[in-house]
Design a protein around this ligand. Structure first.
Ligand SMILES: Cc1cc2nc3c(=O)[nH]c(=O)nc-3n(C[C@H](O)[C@H](O)[C@H](O)COP(=O)(O)OP(=O)(O)OC[C@H]3O[C@@H](n4cnc5c(N)ncnc54)[C@H](O)[C@@H]3O)c2cc1C
Length: 467
């Protein structure tokens, strides 16, 4: 899955010259810049573009796209490069459009709880900006990703169990289509029945249908009371069953995150924490003082029923930040268990009633493997990840990692789940698309891709098999 090879398109020197004339030193062909833009944070092979354009406006993106389209040159949008499935690799070469300089927060509408931002704004930047307004934006992938990239991957994170994913929180988009036109998919209304829902089509399109340049987002009031807690369990099964019962009881937890015992060891070492080395749930509750107390007491009693012990509470903001910072660094912590190895981070999502089965069988596979694997999960959504540590130069380790990965995905599909709950397809998971959706559904996806991008220039080799 890491070895897709395509013939590179010859990018005319005249195209790069024209881009330089227009954008000056915001066009780069420096090898370090190309390498950085041809590789995400995952373990897949790099494939650098031929040049990178650092755009500063929708018009500049449109101009770049029109020039590339005129020369039939591929275009790869780039946010912060934190994706994990080879999403930004320029498999056929071409021009990467980096939107990180498009970092303006354009409008905040406190009274309507929404905002409009340029695609390069990062989630931390947005929340920093909102700090004094009493509002926040909840979607929090572990990395400080761009809002454009999060939209393009339909990202989520620890808060999704309460606030949904990018699918639920994007109101409207400005998009540069593959022929260089600028379209708006919707206005600011919370709901609309006016025609095809193009916003949802572009959310999760991974740069294969156009370049997203502006995003309208929902915002939320910062809850009156927030409380977080950590609880260790005698087994992964006990932790998962606590999660299932909490969700089935309709408790509106804001976060419910599983870390297995090995992952806790990694977090303790990396973030200087002292959690018991046992399967552990991290919780967060949002609401009124009374509501939070009620939710927390219910969950504590469920956890105790399953043998959970030592609920540690974090009600002060700085303690909560420390706790969630440790959780967000779990990926880097796990990589340090075997320094020098690469991490295959896999992500599946199943209906909550099948979560125990999915996690337990995956844990058994991991325990029987020659490779070290940690497990973490946004388990309230039925979403979990395995990080498989491997040496890419050892074929037997690569083969074993693929074997574990494939079994995990096929198990998820058997249980009514998906091959990816949030990381997306890139080219790392392309091979599972047909198994998940079937040939007729893939044919519809291909027809959409061909209708919007008939020359196949937008991020080729990603998301839709054979497009
Ligand atoms: C430590 C770690 C933890 C993570 N945790 C989570 C998690 O909890 N939940 C989760 O969902 N993900 C997670 N991720 C994955 C990653 O952060 C998300 O996929 C994120 O949304 C990618 O955003 P980005 O700005 O880095 O996009 P990039 O990696 O730059 O791009 C991702 C894809 O989107 C396309 N794209 C980027 N910008 C645009 C644009 N403006 N217009 C059109 N297409 C665009 C690219 O072409 C590419 O296909 C994690 C990654 C890491 C490294």
């Amino acid at each position: 899955m890491s070895d897709h090879r395509y013939e590179r398109v010859a990018v005319p020197a005249s195209l790069i010259e024209t881009l330089r004339e227009k954008f000056g030193d915001r066009v780069s062909t420096a090898q370090a810049v190309l390498d950085h833009h041809g590789k995400d944070e995952g373990w897949h092979n790099a494939s650098p573009p031929d040049a990178v354009v650092f755009a500063t406006s929708t018009e500049e993106v449109a101009e770049t796209v029109r020039l590339c389209a005129a020369h039939d040159v591929p275009i790869i949008p780039f946010g912060t490069g934190s994706s994990l499935e080879g999403h930004v690799a320029a498999l056929k070469g071409g021009i990467c459009i980096d939107v990180s300089k498009m970092d303006q927060i354009l409008e905040i509408h406190n009274e309507d709880l929404d905002c409009r931002v340029q695609a390069g704004v990062t989630r931390e930047q947005l929340n920093e900006h909102l700090r004094d307004t009493g509002l926040f934006f909840p979607i929090d992938p572990g990395a400080n990703a761009s809002i454009g990239g999060m939209t393009a991957t339909r990202a989520s994170g620890t808060n999704a169990v309460r606030y949904g994913t990018m699918r639920d929180n994007v109101l409207s988009l400005t998009v540069v289509t593959p022929d260089g036109k600028i379209i708006k998919t919707a206005h600011r209304a919370r709901k609309s029945s006016a025609g095809y829902d193009l916003t949802r089509l572009f959310v999760g399109s991974e740069g294969t249908l156009g370049v997203i340049t502006e995003i309208g987002l929902k915002l939320y009031g910062i809850p009156e009371a927030i409380s977080a807690a950590v609880c260790a369990f005698p087994s992964v099964e006990a932790a998962v069953n606590t999660t299932i019962m909490t969700i089935q009881a309709g408790i509106p937890v804001a976060r419910i995150e599983l870390l297995d015992a090995l992952q806790i060891r990694a977090v303790n070492a990396y973030s200087k924490m002292t959690y018991e080395e046992k399967p552990t749930l991290f919780f967060e509750f949002h609401g009124t003082e009374a509501g939070v107390k009620e939710q927390a007491e219910f969950v504590q009693s469920v956890a105790e029923e399953f043998g959970g012990e030592g609920f540690q509470w974090a009600t002060r903001a700085e303690d909560r930040s420390k706790l969630w910072a440790a959780r967000h660094k779990a990926y880097y912590a796990a990589l340090q268990l075997e320094p020098g190895k690469r991490g295959m981070s896999t992500d599946v999502c199943v209906p909550i009633s099948r979560l125990a089965e999915a996690i337990m069988e995956t844990r058994e596979d991991c325990d029987a493997s020659i490779l070290t694997c940690t497990m973490v999960g946004h388990v309230g959504d039925g979403n979990f990840h395995t990080l498989i540590l491997l040496d890419p130069d050892k074929p037997e380790e690569v083969a074993e990692a693929h074997h574990l990965h494939e079994r995990m995905v096929m198990r998820s599909l058997r249980l009514g789940g998906t091959c990816t709950g949030e990381h997306g397809i890139g080219y790392g998971k392309l091979a599972f698309m047909e198994a998940e959706h079937g040939p007729d559904t893939i044919a519809v996806m291909r027809a959409i891709k061909n209708a919007i991008d008939p020359k196949g220039l937008m991020n080729p080799g990603k998301l839709v098999p054979g497009a």
